[in-house]
Each structure stands twice: as structure tokens, then as C-alpha cells.
Write a protein that binds this ligand. Structure first.
Ligand code: 8YV
Length: 329
């Protein structure tokens, strides 16, 4: 087959070199060397001409964009696990398959979550800021005291792959695992983690010392951690989020942190990325990261590999292995 006869694969962002090289070998691939996110007009144009779009979290693929997809358009191979950037119903209406990259970023994201669980109560970023600013006056018995991790209760919101990976790490740090999920986790996992299931998120929030948000963002989880629920947390409690900003009411969180109603927060994700609520930026008791949860060289390579397998499967007439359907969420 000549390259011209191969289906067109449009990649919206710059991917690791090894992934791009392989994609060019296999497909008629249009890359984004400049890594400048596509404008809405460019996205629509891409959907009109391509057979496959490789999208990322920074592409908003809503009903308007999808409705304008051309007859060749068959697959959105999302480079990422979360698919809240894609209107799945609109894709289905156009018979466009959606795939994601589950599994390969579980451990990296869990590591980053654990890093935040440690960093916030132990005031890691705050201490570093003081030192770099040249304001460290030397050791003191009463200065820069954080809170002990060992022996505390961790409440995981969403016991999926990442939630379970966080729980495994947390146990090594002496945390008792509590979790809220739509349904109890499989028995073997509960036994392994000695985890306590809370059917009521409200009740769990009242009882834990650290909350970790690990559920996907869906219409059902938008502002799951609402102002009312955040107010149920104990004033000494902390919250970390490596999932999606939209799961927490960010404005309410900033207010409660500033008022001392919540002790601290570790956030890797935000409601309006790359904007961050300015009130959060002023607080010392928060650690703020620029959506780095899965940012490892190995993780990005594995994500690319998954994307390639999904595209290749479709082109060869097979079912892409990581097909996403709305009822999964
Ligand atoms: C990805 C993520 O880097 O996979 C996800 O859901 O949140 C990130 O870690 C991003 O989505 C890439 O599209």
C-alpha cells in the first residue's frame, strides 16, 4: 500500500520521538512537531479529513466538533486514560470508536499521589520555599512542624486501578485504608488492603485524616467534593487530587483552606487548566503541580505503544483492545 492510500492519522500534540517514528512507519501520520495545541478550527478540519485522531487531555472534543467529522473518521485514540475531554455519546452517534490508555500510567500516578500525601502534611514545599528564599534561620525544636503520616486514616475516593495502587503504597507508610466507591471492591483486594468500605462518602469524609481523589471525572462525579462535602472534613484533614480538577469544587476548597477549615491540599489537577485559582496560589498549606501525575519517560512511551496498538487493530480490522464505552464510567 502506498502512503497515500493508507488511512490518515492526525496526532494533535508532539509525542515522544520513538512513538512518532513508529507511527510514521506504520501509518500515514500527520504529526504536530511544534506541539502547539490545535485551535478549534484546526480540530474541526482534522476531524473532517482524518480516519484516526490521536487526542490528548488538551483537546476538547465536544458534540459540535464531533458532529462535523467526515465520513472517513473512525477512531479517536486518546493518548491518556481519562476521556472526559471527549463527548462519548456524540462519538457513538457518529460511529466513531474511542480508545484510551488504561493500566500503563497507574503506578506513576499512584507514586505522584503518594508523594503529595507525604508532601502536604510534612510541609515539604513550604520548607523548600523558605530555604531557597534564604530565610532559614537554622534548626529549631518548634519550627516547621507537620503532622505524622503513620497511623492515620486515608480515605480513597474511587477504588479503581490507581486507587488500589495508592492504597498499597499507603499501607507501607502505616496508613489505614478507607475507601468510597460505587460498589465494594473485590473481596481479595479488600482482604489484601484490609480496607474499610464506606458506602456513604459523607460519612467517610467525617472520619478520615487524608482524602485522595482517584475517581474519573464524569457527569456523575463533577463537584463530587462539593462545598457541602468539603465542609464535612475535619479541620486537621488534608486532601490530594491527581484525577481531575472538576471532581472538587476548587473555589470552595480554596476558601476552606484559607479559613483553616481544611488543613492542606496537594493538587496536580485543576478545574480550568492551565489556569489555577489565584486564591490557591496565595496559600502556604497547598502543594500545586502542573498535571504531572503520569509524566515519566516510561509512562509516555507505554501510552504511545497502547495508542499504536489501538490504531493498528482498527486498521487491520480487529477490535481495538482499549475501547471505551460510556457505561464504563
Ligand atoms: C495524561 C491523565 O497525561 O491519562 C490521564 O487521564 O490525566 C494524564 O496523566 C493526559 O490525560 C494525556 O492526555
Amino acid at each position: 500500500m502506498t502512503s497515500a492510500a493508507k488511512p490518515l492519522v492526525i496526532v494533535t500534540r508532539k509525542l515522544p520521538d520513538a512513538v512518532e517514528v513508529r507511527m510514521k512507519e506504520l501509518f500515514n501520520t500527520r504529526l504536530n512537531e511544534a506541539d502547539k495545541p490545535l485551535s478549534r478550527v484546526e480540530l474541526i478540519e482534522a476531524f473532517k479529513t482524518a480516519t484516526v485522531i490521536v487526542s490528548t487531555v488538551t483537546d476538547k472534543l465536544d458534540a459540535e466538533v464531533l458532529k462535523l467529522a467526515g465520513p472517513e473518521m473512525k477512531l479517536i485514540a486518546n493518548f491518556g486514560t481519562g476521556v472526559d475531554n471527549i463527548d462519548l455519546a456524540a462519538a457513538r452517534a457518529k460511529n466513531i470508536i474511542v480508545t484510551n490508555t488504561p493500566g500503563v500510567l497507574t503506578e506513576d500516578t499512584a507514586d505522584m499521589t503518594m508523594a503529595l500525601i507525604l508532601a502536604v502534611p510534612r510541609r515539604l514545599a513550604e520548607g523548600e520555599r523558605v530555604l531557597r528564599a534564604g530565610k532559614w534561620r537554622g534548626w529549631s525544636p518548634t519550627w516547621m512542624l507537620g503532622r505524622r503520616i503513620w497511623g492515620k486514616r486515608l480515605g480513597i475516593v474511587g477504588m479503581g486501578r490507581i486507587g488500589a495502587a495508592v492504597a498499597r503504597r499507603a499501607r507501607g507508610f502505616g496508613l489505614a485504608v478507607h475507601y468510597h466507591n460505587r460498589k465494594p471492591a473485590p473481596e481479595a483486594l479488600v482482604a489484601e488492603l484490609e480496607a474499610t468500605y464506606w458506602e456513604s462518602l459523607d460519612q467517610m469524609l467525617r472520619h478520615v485524616d487524608i482524602v485522595s481523589v482517584n475517581c474519573p471525572h464524569t457527569p456523575a462525579t463533577f463537584h463530587l467534593l462539593s462545598r457541602r462535602r468539603l465542609q464535612l472534613m475535619q479541620p486537621h484533614a488534608y486532601i490530594v487530587n491527581t484525577s481531575r480538577g472538576e471532581v472538587i469544587d476548587e473555589g470552595a476548597l480554596a476558601e476552606l483552606l484559607a479559613a483553616g477549615k481544611i488543613a492542606g491540599a496537594g493538587l496536580d489537577v485543576f478545574e480550568q487548566e492551565p489556569s489555577v485559582n489565584p486564591r490557591l496560589l496565595k496559600l502556604e498549606n497547598v502543594v500545586l503541580l502542573p498535571h504531572m501525575g503520569s509524566s515519566t519517560i516510561e509512562g509516555r512511551r507505554d501510552m504511545g505503544e497502547k495508542v499504536i496498538i489501538n490504531i493498528k487493530s482498527l486498521i487491520d480490522g480487529h477490535n481495538p483492545p482499549d475501547r471505551v464505552i460510556e457505561t464504563m464510567f
